[in-house]
Design a binder for this molecule. Structure first.
Ligand code: 9MR
Length: 366
């Protein structure tokens, strides 16, 4: 159930939202609400970066002070051919950030997924090393003065904490991770450098993540923070593991960020965000096409409230909370792990309206 406080906030804000079509200005702002606590980010797609929908732009700039490109800086898109880079949309993202005072987190320099197709034709250590060096130097170098941070390495770990088998591990050995940090630091000395993963709040993966971080530190390269993506499931958010992770990562001298937060409400039989895992489509897996039942809406609000309460408790260690998408219609979870579903994982609904979860989060600061 909602607290009295959040129920009151909900009714006040609904009145306010109904009073004007410029709703994004009349509802509370996440970035203002948490301005003394941590940054509030979102993931942006091409349409949002290009400001194709003014209402969407207004929502983004009124609610968020940090942003991560959902796809456009991934290597397949920014580096489509061996000697060709495509900076058109990434440059627009940087301009968007500057115009609206939104700090950009680059995502991501080294990831086994969404690699350019030409990588499949490379079968020598020297060529992989050349790709790796050139990619980091060129991309990190281009944005050295106008982005705030980089997810330098993304998802390098298996669930048991061992290193994931990737083209980089295969050809370059485990030192590729520290090397990525060293090269990024060299190309972009003033940008914050992070390691980012999902499920790295889970004990076994967390232990591997701590080991990875310590190796980067021991190599002499700089690492500033660790991103816990935060792709969780309603009613099953692992609060205890999350709190232990905040404490343990922070004890290594790192900033802790929640970098891709969403709480999905639809059934699935595994946890995490490995994009290669899929489930076959079936109507029982898409139960809420006509709307989210009240009960689930309340659980979602309670989970978000408890999460932000935990983030606030550790606001001296948590520097950013980024939601993976602006509204429910944008979420990748409508298409994964089952295509074509109606999911409800974020704080704004398909009409850009704040959900009960939004008001429970904001009410924490009232
Ligand atoms: O949200 C992204 C989606 O649009 C892409 O199709 C997908 C492809 O790999 O990547 C999604 O974002 C992922 C992020 O880059 C890394 N962590 C997991 C995210 C969700 O899959």
């Amino acid at each position: 159930m909602f607290s009295k406080k959040s129920a009151k906030a909900v009714s006040t804000a609904i009145l306010m939202a109904g009073a004007t079509t410029g709703f994004a200005q009349s509802i509370p702002s996440l970035k203002d609400t948490f301005k003394n606590d941590f940054g509030i980010g979102t993931a942006l797609n091409n349409g949002q970066i290009e400001e194709r929908d003014p209402a969407m732009t207004q929502l983004i700039v009124s609610q968020f002070n940090m942003a991560t490109p959902e796809n456009v800086m991934k290597s397949a898109l920014i580096h489509p051919k061996w000697d060709t880079y495509d900076f058109v949309v990434p440059d627009k993202l940087v301009a968007f950030g500057k115009k609206h005072n939104i700090k950009i987190n680059g995502h991501t320099l080294v990831w086994h997924s969404q690699l350019p197709s030409f990588i499949r034709g490379i079968h020598s250590k020297d060529s992989i090393q050349t790709f790796f060096n050139d990619h980091i130097k060129t991309v990190a170098g281009r944005y050295k003065d106008n982005i705030f941070s980089w997810d330098v390495v993304n998802e390098a770990l298996n669930e048991d904490g061992t290193l994931r088998k990737t083209v980089f591990l295969d050809y370059l050995g485990e030192g590729y991770i520290a090397e990525a940090f060293r090269l990024t630091q060299q190309a972009a000395p003033n940008v914050e450098l992070y390691y980012n993963d999902y499920n790295n709040e889970q004990p076994a993966k967390r232990a591997g993540c701590i080991e990875l971080i310590k190796k980067v530190q021991a190599s002499g390269a700089r690492i500033d923070g660790v991103g816990i993506q935060g792709h969780w499931h309603v009613g099953r958010v692992p609060f205890k593991d999350i709190e232990e992770s905040i404490l343990q990562y922070s004890a290594l001298g790192l900033k802790v960020m929640f970098t891709e937060l969403d709480i999905e409400v639809l059934p699935r039989n595994f946890q995490g965000a490995d994009v290669s895992q899929r489930m076959a489509s079936n109507p029982s897996l898409n139960p809420y096409t006509a709307g989210l039942p009240d009960e689930v809406q309340k659980q979602l609000a309670a989970d978000y409230e408890a999460l932000f309460k935990l983030f606030l408790k550790h606001k001296d260690k948590v520097t950013r909370v980024t939601l993976w998408g602006v509204n429910d219609a944008n979420s990748w979870l409508n298409g994964w792990p089952v295509r074509g579903r109606t999911n409800y994982p974020l704080l704004f609904d398909r009409n850009n309206q704040p959900k009960p979860a939004f008001y429970s989060v904001v009410a924490l600061k009232k």
